[in-house]
Ligand binder design. Structure first.
Ligand code: HEC
Length: 136
């Protein structure tokens, strides 16, 4: 009896995972925990950091987010939800450095996580680069 109940619960969970998981990240706005959102950028946005961030961006992010960071990379049309457009002033104003850092580090769905590939300070430099785009 107990065994059957467990097995049923397991099946129900498996089915839930299959139907709910892919939909969960496809539509909902991407919220970052308050702690991470508030994090201060420890890397000064000087020319060296912005140049480093640009290099990493071109190598790692442009394929999806576009060389101009407008969200129109070569792979963008295959992705849903689409990669963010970092030239969108409203988007950039609504996201703190901590938000951009956390989303880049952790990824979601088709957006890869970068904390296993990039040094923390390099992710902050990418954030500095993205911020610098709006200022031109
Ligand atoms: C394989 C394609 C791909 C690559 C490479 C990629 N991204 Fe993304 N990115 C996405 C997609 C798709 C989304 C939207 C994901 C979602 O909303 O569920 C996204 C979302 C994001 C977001 C959050 C958008 C929001 O909703 O607030 C940030 C920030 C981001 N990417 C930064 C980066 C950075 C920085 C890099 C390079 C280090 C990078 N991405 C590389 C595909 C990619």
């Amino acid at each position: 009896m107990k065994f059957t109940t467990l097995k049923l619960a397991g099946l129900a969970l498996a089915a839930w995972g299959l139907t709910v998981a892919p939909a969960a990240w496809s539509a909902e706005p991407w919220k970052v925990p308050a702690e991470e959102s508030k994090k201060k950028n420890p890397v000064k946005a000087d020319a060296a950091s912005i140049a480093k961030g640009k290099k990493i961006y071109m190598e790692r992010c442009a394929i999806c987010h576009g060389e101009k960071a407008d969200g129109k990379g070569a792979s963008a049309s295959a992705l849903n939800p689409p990669p963010a457009n970092f030239l969108d002033k409203k988007y950039m104003a609504a996201n703190s450095d901590g938000d951009l850092f956390s989303k880049t580090a952790n990824g979601r769905g088709m957006m890869p996580r970068w904390d296993i590939v990039l040094e923390e300070n390099d992710v902050w430099s990418v954030v500095n680069y993205l911020r610098s785009l709006g200022k031109k």
